[in-house]
Design a protein around this ligand. Structure first.
Ligand SMILES: [Zn+2]
Length: 449
């Protein structure tokens, strides 16, 4: 008879309440649960708290090594920001008075042009990684700028702080608004190839390059085609924007007269794959959503940005009904908040606004939006094999939430059920309630030292 004792080495064991989502359930509450993480950062076991003696024996740890969560504490999966412009963080919270195309020309391009300066880049990129991590973003899909060295620096900083990240050097060979902020097609391809090569050479365990055409209006058809090839040849993720505003949809129609739709532009250039995430999609037709489903491409819903720039409302219910993968994004700085909790709230607000407009609209529940912020985001980024919820074998990406944090923003009046604690956290909580953040089993918040 073989021994039942496991050979894996356990690094942490936690006992308490865990809340997460699964494919079949938007919210699963695991009461008095024991969860073990191995030295590789993966979830080694999930068992009943009352089974502690047997699990100690099987996995070779001692009861005194178990971390017991306190009352009003729970673990939830880390949140996934499927769309954020790290380079725009310097002006987050300002410049929200113009529609998209004017906003880009007036505020965005002049700021992004500054990232030639690596010291400026280091300052902003360090702050955005720290700020998002401390607010519970364990995975982020970042847009940087057209500058390769600054984009590589963003990858280095995410790696140093231990955040899981996709990092994109932005590609754009069309831009008449700001003189020096565009590339020639050759530069864009050469620098994209250099960016991918150098980032991969660093062998950061949690940071990967993502092919990033800014959006169709700022790229020539030739550049889009080449970027599609680069993504295909290197099996890389792709990110861009689509159908954010009606004016932009009209512009794409004029720039790409041979394409049947905005989605068709990306499809034709091999940029719509099962590793593609497109931000916004407020004005996509149902036919276009069908192309998303068929290719496995996903949508990053960025409701703060959609409201702040008066872009439109995405009907998330319709997208989900059409079986298109969808995650949430902050879209800093079109969205003014870097916190995924804000993305959760604005997603609920947008869904309720749609219900106000049409009482037949089926409002999203907070449980569903919780799933979109966690498992949904990891699915949208095709990372759900490794992260997104608590399953044995997945990486332990988790937030230790304490609703009763001293000096925190939430008042608790009695012993509450986990469901109540979660809803209060999503609606009222902030980083003061996030006691610890783990990415791939490593505690990254509080920051070391
Ligand atoms: Zn964006």
């Amino acid at each position: 008879m073989s021994s039942s004792r496991s050979t894996m080495v356990i690094a942490h064991v936690f006992r308490g309440t865990f809340v997460h989502s699964t494919q079949s359930s938007a919210l699963d509450v695991l009461d008095d649960t024991l969860l073990g993480v191995d030295t590789l950062g993966k979830i080694a076991f999930i068992g009943r708290g009352t089974d502690v003696d047997r699990l100690c024996e099987k996995y070779g740890f001692h009861v005194r090594d178990v971390t017991q969560l306190r009352q009003h504490e729970f673990f939830m999966p880390g949140m996934v920001d499927t769309h954020i412009h790290a380079s725009q963080y310097s002006y987050a919270g300002t410049a929200l008075d113009l529609p998209l195309l004017q906003w880009l020309n007036t505020y965005t391009f002049p700021v992004e042009a500054r990232y030639k300066d690596l010291e400026f880049a280091r300052k902003v990129y360090t702050q955005v990684v720290r700020r998002t991590l401390r607010n519970g973003t364990t995975t982020a899909s970042y847009f940087a700028t057209i500058h390769t060295d600054a984009s590589l620096l963003l990858g280095q900083i995410a790696n140093e702080f231990g955040q899981r990240a996709l990092v994109g050097k932005v590609c754009m060979d069309r831009n008449d608004a700001v003189k020096h902020y565009k590339e020639t097609p050759e530069e864009s391809l050469d620098e994209t190839n250099r960016f991918i090569r150098e980032l991969l050479e660093n062998k950061y365990p949690l940071v990967m390059p993502v092919v990033t055409p800014r959006f169709a209006p700022s790229c020539s058809p030739a550049l889009l085609s080449h970027l599609g090839e680069i993504a295909q040849n290197n099996h890389l993720h792709i990110q861009s924007h689509i159908s954010e505003t009606k004016e932009e949809v009209q512009m794409v129609k004029e720039l790409f007269p041979d394409s049947e739709s905005y989605t068709d532009v990306y499809l034709k250039h091999n940029l719509l794959t099962d590793k593609t995430v497109m931000a916004h999609g407020c004005h996509l037709s149902d036919e276009e959503l069908k192309l998303f489903r068929e290719t496995g491409a996903s949508i990053a819903h960025c409701p703060n940005s959609n409201i702040s720039l008066c872009s439109g409302f995405l009907d998330v219910r319709n997208v989900l009904n059409r079986k298109v993968k969808l995650g949430l994004g902050t879209d800093v700085a079109g969205g003014y908040s870097p916190s995924m909790l804000d993305a959760v709230r604005k997603t609920l607000d947008t869904s309720k606004a749609l219900t106000i407009k049409d009482s037949e609209h089926q409002t999203l529940s907070f449980q569903e939006v919780f799933r979109l912020a966690t498992l949904g985001g990891s699915q949208a980024l095709s990372m759900d094999e490794h992260t997104g919820n608590f399953e044995v074998g997945k990486d332990f990406d988790a937030l230790r939430v304490n609703l009763a944090a001293e000096e925190g923003p939430v008042d608790i009046f009695q012993r509450e059920e986990p469901l109540v604690l979660l809803e209060k956290f999503l609606n009222l909580g902030d980083d003061r309630n996030i006691a610890e953040v783990y990415v791939a089993g490593r505690r990254v918040v509080p920051f070391p030292g």
